[in-house]
Design a protein around this ligand. Sequence first.
Ligand code: ATP
Length: 314
Amino acid sequence: WRPDDDDDHQRRGAAGPVKVRVPAKINLHLGVGPVRPDGYHELSTVYHAISIYDELTARRGDTLTLTMEGEGTGELALDESNLVIRAARALAAYARVPAHARLHLRKQIPLAGGLAGGSADAAATLVACDTLWGTELSRDELAGIAAGIGSDVPFLIYGGTALGTGRGEAVSPVLARPTSWYWVVAVADGGLSTPAVYRELDRLRADRAAPEPLGSPDSLLAALRQRDPGVLAKALGNDLQAASLSLRPALSATLAAGEAAGALAGIVSGSGPTCVFLAADGAHASRIAAELSASGVCRAAHTAYGPVAGARVV
Ligand code: ATP
């Protein structure tokens, strides 16, 4: 097999369309440390993949193209800046195959919502093109390529619940007996820029106006092992929350409404503005979501559960 031979590599890959489903992530713990010399913050985070999905379909083509439907259509550029295109090109360069595919994205994860939708799409693209092109890399190899695309991308290759360190790209699974956790996801109108939220946290810290950093995720990890939502509720934490609330004060009302609706806890997801609420079980989550939807404090409220698998061919 000659890696630069288009026909040969297409014979090795899948003939039909390859469809990949990929989840959104939330952070059960997001500890933001100091800024590193490379400009990234040192993180200690616990990622958790939840049942809100994007879907990426890859078909054979003579060039690389991307179309989309759903969340963000008309708003999100489909050119070389899109993380889907960047991921396809990164895999093609690594595996030394032509980056030829017709890609279609069905998006449900809101844009710039703190749910890592763009990173999820990049992870889905790596898995889909790996099958389409017959490059047959291991998950760990795909995660290595993923780390060069974005900090959250490796986690979305694996899914589940995992500890993230470094700038978030170094992931190791959290081993716990299988338990499902039930969430309500309150989607806001409009997004928040992740770099802007980090800059706001730096500003608050310089002004000594930020809460004490969370530090280690040990108590969150211990809470996960106890499998009690009441215990987990007390251990959830996000160092970026103060910065998101500072940029988007209306989120305080969203968090308060979720708690008034009976949620065990509510936190901003990642850099926001999505807020997530922990429920005792699925029925409890449905009641909270209905109340939040009616309250007008968010664009939409969805129920979800986690952990779920990462990017997978379906
Ligand atoms: P994170 O939680 O990782 O900070 P986020 O959920 O806040 O991410 P995303 O939707 O992942 O935000 O993406 C943020 C920005 O990335 C978008 O505003 C857009 O400019 C860019 N982007 C590039 N490709 C994509 C994509 N396929 N989907 C979403 N955003 C993309």
